[in-house]
Ligand binder design. Structure first.
Ligand SMILES: CC(C)(COP(=O)(O)OP(=O)(O)OC[C@H]1O[C@@H](n2cnc3c(N)ncnc32)[C@H](O)[C@@H]1OP(=O)(O)O)[C@@H](O)C(=O)NCCC(=O)NCCS
Length: 161
């Protein structure tokens, strides 16, 4: 695979990203965020959403400017929550989610965030492995938290300081 296929750039979400994020949400999750809710996050002072775009490759899933993944968060004083993280199926297992999560941490620490919490479906092995690799640990379970299908959520947390 040419080196250029691995190159990404990470940006703060802006209005032009919203339709692509909504499309990836709809393709991926059984209870997706819709376009209006995602756009609302642009006005939310507590929200920080980052996107990964491909650079340097003229065609395919990585074509310059193609949205390859995103992570959404909200923070309040020392606590942040990750709301969603997703990478386009064709771009998975290339470190994009890891890069997005690390960049999010780097941007939240100067805001005074000391810990990040998230929920994940108990069967979502890929996401759980990702969070463990980044240093998240399970701190609880919400029984039957998810619908479509009904499933427990694992609560995972990472201390940043
Ligand atoms: C979970 C998800 C975001 C991972 O994105 P990704 O870009 O493929 O992940 P990365 O390439 O950055 O992987 C980083 C680490 O996560 C773990 N990981 C990622 N995908 C994995 C998989 N399918 N199986 C096992 N471990 C996996 C590995 O530890 C990996 O490190 P390694 O490559 O050194 O082994 C992606 O699979 C996805 O979008 N899934 C659907 C949406 C979703 O479930 N989001 C989470 C909701 S809580």
């Amino acid at each position: 695979m040419p080196e250029a296929l691995h190159k990404i750039e990470i940006f703060s979400m802006c209005p032009s990203h919203v339709p692509q994020i909504a499309a990836l949400e709809a393709e991926t999750f059984s209870a997706p965020w819709d376009e209006a809710s995602i756009r609302g996050e642009l006005e939310n002072p507590l929200a920080l959403w980052l996107v990964a775009e491909g650079i340097g490759n003229p065609d395919g899933a990585d074509k310059s400017g193609a949205l390859l993944g995103y992570v959404g968060s909200q923070s309040c004083f020392e606590d942040a929550d990750i709301l969603n993280v997703c990478v386009a199926p064709a771009a998975r297992r290339r470190g994009i989610a890891e890069a997005l999560m690390r960049e999010l941490e780097a941007r939240l620490i100067p805001k005074g965030v000391e810990q990040i919490t998230l929920e994940v479906r108990a069967s979502n092995e890929a996401a759980i492995r990702l969070y463990e690799k980044l240093g998240y640990a399970q701190v609880g379970v919400r029984r039957g938290y998810y619908e479509k299908p009904r499933e427990d959520a694992l609560i995972m947390q990472k201390k940043l300081v």
